[in-house]
Write a protein that binds this ligand. Structure first.
Ligand SMILES: NC(=O)c1ccc[n+]([C@@H]2O[C@H](COP(=O)([O-])OP(=O)(O)OC[C@H]3O[C@@H](n4cnc5c(N)ncnc54)[C@H](O)[C@@H]3O)[C@@H](O)[C@H]2O)c1
Length: 379
C-alpha cells in the first residue's frame, strides 16, 4: 500500500509494507548511503545492509553502503552529541551532498537522522524506515525533525520532509509491549482529530486484540488483525498527511491540532526526566488533561471527555491527575513555559470539541486553571 503527499515543495511517498523484503524504493543506485539506527534496530539495518538493496516490486535499487551509525536507544539519546555522531559518521563515510541518510528506527532515530540530513552540507538525501508503531502512525510523517536541548523536548529542529518513507509491518514483531502501547496513544490522538468517531471506535475494537495474552504475536500472524492494524496505520497516516499538506510548517492553525495532548505531555516528560516515560504515555496523560481543560472551559462536552478518557483507561494508560511520577509542579510549570507552543504570554492548548479538536490560548494570568487541571482539583 502506498500513499503520496505534497509537503510544501517536497513530494513524500509512503510505503506501508508487509515486510522489509517487499519494500519499494526510489534510491538512485549510484548514491552512497549511510544507515543510521539504534542498538535495538541494528538488526533491521543489518538486514538492509546484508541484501545491499532495497526492492520495489520488480525494480531493485542497489545501495552503495558506505557506513552504519549505531546510536544508543531511547529519548535520552536524542541530543546534540548524537547529531554530531551522525554527521561525523557521514563525513567519515565520504558522503557528499548527493549521499543518502537512511534512518532505521522509531521516532527518535527518524527525527535525528532527518535533522542531520537537513543540515549536512546544507541538505542531503533522506529515506526513513520506520520501525515503531508510534513512528509509523506519526513521527516519520510530515517533515518535523529535531532533538532535545536544554532539557526541552525537540527544542532544536527543522522542517525536512523525507521523499521516501517505508513502514515494514514485520519489524513490529520485536517491538516491546510498552512501545506498542506508546504508539496506540498517538493513534488515539489522531482518531480524536477525525471528523467522526468511527476511527476512534475502530481503535477501541483493536484494543481487544491488544490486551490479549498473545499480543503482539497474534496481531501480526493473524490475517484479520494484521489487516486491521495496517488499515489503522494507513488511516492515521492519511489524516496526518492531509493536515500537514494544508499547513506544512505550522504557520496556520491546522497543523497545531496534531499537538493534542502534547503541551501537557511534553511538560510531563521534562518534569519527570526525559526518557522515563514513553512519549505515548505522556501524550495519553496529556490528552486526558486536555479533555479536563476543555470541559472546564465548556468546550468539551462531558460525554465526549469521558468517552476519550475511558478509551485511554482501557488501554491501561495513566490518566489520573496528579501524575504519580510527578513529585512537584514547579518543574512541570517551568517546562510548560519553555514549550515551543508558547506565544508571548499565551499558552496554546488543543482541546476536543464535539467533532475533532480546537486550538485555544490561555493567558498567563489564568495559569491557576492549568495548575488545578494537572493537580486533578475540581474547579
Ligand atoms: N517528527 C514528528 O512529527 C514526531 C511526532 C511524534 C513523535 N515524535 C518523536 O518520536 C519520538 C518517540 O518515538 P518512538 O516512540 O518510536 O521512540 P523510540 O524511537 O525511542 O523507540 C522506542 C524504543 O523502541 C526501540 N525499537 C524501535 N524499533 C524497534 C523494533 N522494531 N523492535 C524492537 N525495538 C525497537 C527503540 O530502540 C527504543 O528503545 C519522540 O522523541 C517524539 O518527540 C516526532
Amino acid at each position: 500500500m502506498n500513499v503520496r503527499f505534497t509537503f510544501g515543495t517536497v513530494v513524500s511517498e509512503i510505503y506501508i509494507e508487509e515486510s522489509i523484503h517487499t519494500i519499494h524504493a526510489i534510491i538512485g543506485s549510484d548514491s552512497s548511503c549511510l544507515l543510521v539506527c539504534d542498538e535495538n534496530t541494528a538488526g533491521i539495518a543489518a538486514s538492509i545492509a546484508d541484501t545491499g538493496r532495497i526492492q520495489v516490486g520488480a525494480v531493485q535499487s542497489r545501495l552503495r553502503l558506505c557506513g552504519t551509525c549505531v546510536l544508543p536507544a531511547g529519548e535520552a539519546a536524542k541530543n546534540w552529541t548524537n547529531i554530531e555522531t551522525i554527521l561525523k559518521a557521514a563525513k567519515d563515510a565520504g558522503l557528499g551532498r548527493d549521499g543518502v541518510f537512511i534512518g532505521v528506527g522509531g521516532g527518535v532515530i527518524t527525527d535525528m537522522t532527518a535533522f542531520a540530513a537537513s543540515v549536512y552540507m546544507r541538505g542531503a538525501k533522506l529515506v526513513l524506515v520506520s520501525t515503531t508503531l508510534l513512528g509509523m502512525v506519526d513521527a516519520a510523517v510530515g517533515g518535523k525533525t529535531g532533538f532535545d536541548l536544554f532539557d526541552i523536548k525537540n527544542f532544536a529542529g527543522t522542517f525536512y520532509p523525507s521523499p521516501l518513507i517505508i513502514m515494514p509491518l514485520d519489524t513490529l514483531s520485536t517491538l516491546p509491549l510498552r512501545e506498542w502501547k506508546s504508539g496506540f496513544a498517538e493513534l488515539i490522538k489522531t482518531a480524536i482529530l477525525d471528523s467522526d468517531d468511527d476511527f476512534l471506535d475502530r481503535i477501541g475494537r483493536l484494543k481487544d486484540t491488544f490486551v490479549s495474552p498473545y499480543f503482539p504475536v497474534n496481531v501480526l500472524r493473524d490475517e484479520v488483525s494484521r489487516r486491521e492494524l495496517l488499515a489503522c496505520i494507513a488511516k492515521s497516516v492519511e489524516i496526518k498527511g492531509r493536515i500537514v499538506e494544508a499547513d506544512p510548517k505550522e504557520t496556520g492553525s491546522r497543523r497545531a491540532l496534531l499537538n493534542l495532548g502534547h503541551t501537557f505531555g511534553h511538560a510531563l516528560e521534562a518534569a519527570v526526566g526525559l526518557g522515563s516515560l514513553t512519549h505515548g504515555e505522556a501524550v495519553a496523560w496529556g490528552i486526558a488533561r486536555a479533555c479536563e481543560l476543555g470541559r472546564s472551559l465548556g468546550i468539551t462536552e462531558t460525554e465526549r471527555a469521558e468517552k476519550i478518557i475511558q478509551l485511554l483507561d482501557s488501554f491501561g494508560y495513566e490518566t489520573r491527575a496528579p501524575h504519580p511520577s510527578m513529585k512537584e509542579t514547579g518543574r512541570f510549570m517551568d517546562a510548560l513555559f519553555n514549550d515551543k507552543k508558547k506565544k508571548s504570554d499565551m499558552l496554546s492548548f488543543i482541546v476536543p470539541e464535539r467533532r475533532g479538536c480546537v486550538a485555544i490560548a490561555i493567558e498567563k494570568k489564568e495559569i491557576k486553571r492549568i495548575i488545578h487541571i494537572i493537580n486533578g482539583e475540581v474547579m
